[in-house]
Design a protein around this ligand. Sequence first.
Ligand SMILES: [Fe+2]
Length: 174
Amino acid sequence: MPTPGTLHDAFLDELRDAYDAELQVTKALPTMVKAATSPKLKAALEAHLKETHRQVARLEKAFGKLDQKVQGKHCDGMAGILKEGKAVMEEDLDKTALDACLIASAQRVEHYEMAAYGTLVAWARSMAHQEVADLLEETLNEEKSADSRLSLLARDGINKKASAAAAPMASSTR
Ligand SMILES: [Fe+2]
């Protein structure tokens, strides 16, 4: 009988999952940047694309520190989130509503990643992989900041603009 996997095996598996998820994000973000109409949102998504490339490199470094080859494992969760995001972009929405929906999709991505990295950091620390934990924590903090920046953009205008555009429609149905 094969020996059951350990937490370390599960950790490597999650790391490969995160690597694949980040690669998926690097492919999806350029389309979201193109679709965004608010210059501030475009800039925020573009900045996060650059950050995501650095996060990919950081994961490659983590594999190295663990003496593992760099390897991804298809992340179904991220694929589902990105598929939903793509479907929203294909809907016929006015540009302010589209921007609001892009923020919603991007925040789903961030929250998924925050959950994944939160676990990875905790597991790495519990198994005394301190350097790897530090690397992953750097990414976790970047994901949290990206999420906060998106919340700010939504609160500081994009949602308001989108609701203003929706208001005439709402009153005409009354
Ligand atoms: Fe990321």
